[in-house]
Design a protein around this ligand. Structure first.
Ligand SMILES: [Zn+2]
Ligand SMILES: [Zn+2]
Length: 170
């Protein structure tokens, strides 16, 4: 594939950053990729970025701009859980999970009413910064990590989110 803007995609090695501090609240760290979907959005963003924040306008939540790590439809294995994570799902290290790539501010009127997909500053892991499924590790909000049932393998888990309601996911 020939891209008009090669800065839109980082290489795997550039994304191989160590996990963020585990002291951060609400953060769960997943090893990725297990499986990563590449969808039409990725192809469009690779050649003609629109979601990926520019250098002039970094993403308001992540503060990042291109190049960003790709991969917003992925499964992984939990490798660490932050000490302050509100672990409502009872996640454990080693769990196989699907990651909902939502990035939101948790502070705007939409977020306060739990319409997180309508966040004024919304974005997506793998498009708006925050790493992505093509990173070796990615640190995401624990509330967006969904444990896979034992009869759902990681390859299927990688497409769970992309097959969800289109109002929630890309
Ligand atoms: Zn918000
Ligand atoms: Zn997609």
């Amino acid at each position: 594939m020939i891209s008009k803007n090669r800065n839109a995609l980082t290489t795997r090695s550039k994304c191989n950053a160590p996990p963020r501090s585990l002291s951060n609240a609400l953060l769960t760290i997943c090893r990725a990729p297990a499986f990563v979907g590449i969808c039409g959005t990725d192809l469009h963003e690779y050649s003609n970025p629109t979601f990926i924040p520019s250098k002039e306008r970094p993403h308001p939540v992540t503060g990042e701009s291109m190049p960003v790590g790709f991969g917003h439809e992925f499964s992984g294995t939990v490798v660490e859980i932050g000490s302050k994570v509100q672990n409502k799902g009872g996640l454990k290290v080693g769990d196989h999970v699907a990651v909902q790539p939502t990035i939101c501010c948790f502070q705007c009127p939409s977020c306060e009413q739990n319409f997180l997909n309508c966040c004024d500053k919304g974005g997506f892991v793998g498009l708006s910064g925050g790493g992505g499924g093509l990173s070796d590790f990615v640190c995401v909000d624990g509330s967006f990590v969904h444990k896979l049932p034992v009869n759902v393998p990681l390859d299927v888990g990688g497409i769970v989110i992309s097959s969800g309601p289109r109002t929630m996911f890309v």
